[in-house]
Ligand binder design. Structure first.
Ligand SMILES: Cc1cc2nc3c(=O)[nH]c(=O)nc-3n(C[C@H](O)[C@H](O)[C@H](O)COP(=O)(O)OP(=O)(O)OC[C@H]3O[C@@H](n4cnc5c(N)ncnc54)[C@H](O)[C@@H]3O)c2cc1C
Length: 219
């Protein structure tokens, strides 16, 4: 899995702070705030639940080497924009695939998995040789087939994404992606994403009500 934060709104923390201050100012405030004031203000609005101000800043990620099983979950997040590698236009005769760690760790399961992938690649190639268009040959491609996708989300939508997908109950591959994305946005906007993460961390509640989870926040 390769995840790159390729671009984001310039000066995201100052942009959100300006939006917050506008709510109580006679005109959009142009005066400079220092970093301490910005951090304090962002924390305050986050705690108040005044989250719409975080919609003014967005983050674009380039994601490679993830499975179609992952991207199918990712694109369910409607408050986001996506551009994904097309299986209609990109020939995937020798497709790469993602093998889940639990399969990889069992030699006989790994061999069965790998042989199945090779068999599907051969079938795909044979269908193509028979003149079947890629948009139809792709029906034999598996959930494991690797894909590439560009995703843009605003900070508020990312809060929701991290709550759902960084949770220990989330599926392992999208959880890995979510944690990598969280790390990258925290590097460029620490005051915005301070406290972001699974609901047990960001809200102190467990939507899964999993009392056995090591992070269960309790009563
Ligand atoms: C652990 C887990 C298991 C899951 N299992 C399944 C499953 O078995 N089957 C399945 O189909 N999906 C499943 N999902 C996907 C889930 O139902 C959501 O589609 C996905 O997580 C996107 O979340 P979202 O709707 O909050 O995000 P977004 O689509 O980005 O929406 C963000 C927020 O905007 C608001 N919103 C967006 N659209 C609307 C709307 N039309 N009306 C009102 N409010 C809206 C909501 O507050 C929403 O939380 C699962 C997700 C998780 C995390």
């Amino acid at each position: 899995m390769k995840v790159e934060l390729v671009s984001h709104t310039p000066d995201p923390e100052r942009t959100v702070a300006m939006a917050v201050r506008t709510c109580h100012a006679p005109e959009v405030p142009k005066g400079k705030m220092n970093d301490v004031q910005i951090t304090r203000l962002l924390k305050l609005v986050r705690n108040l639940g005044h989250e719409s101000v975080f919609e003014h800043v967005s983050f674009t990620f380039a994601i490679d080497g993830v499975s179609r099983a992952l991207t199918h979950q990712l694109v369910r997040h409607r408050i986001a924009s996506f551009s994904q590698q097309s299986q209609r236009y990109v020939k995937l005769e020798h497709f790469s695939f993602v093998m889940p760690p639990l399969v990889k760790n069992k030699p006989d399961a790994a061999k069965l998995f790998e042989d199945t992938m090779k068999g599907l690649a051969v079938t795909y190639g044979k269908l193509a040789d028979m003149g079947i268009p890629m948009e139809d040959a792709r029906y034999v491609l598996p959930n494991a087939a690797e894909s590439s996708i560009v995703v843009t989300m605003n900070a508020r939508s990312l809060f929701n994404f991290f709550e759902l997908r960084s949770c220990l109950k989330a599926q392992w591959e999208i959880r890995k992606l979510s944690n990598l994305m969280l790390k990258k946005v925290t590097e460029v906007a620490p005051s915005i994403f301070e406290g972001a993460g699974p609901a047990c961390k960001s809200k102190g509640v467990c939507p899964e009500n999993d009392t056995k989870c090591k992070f269960y926040p309790g009563d």
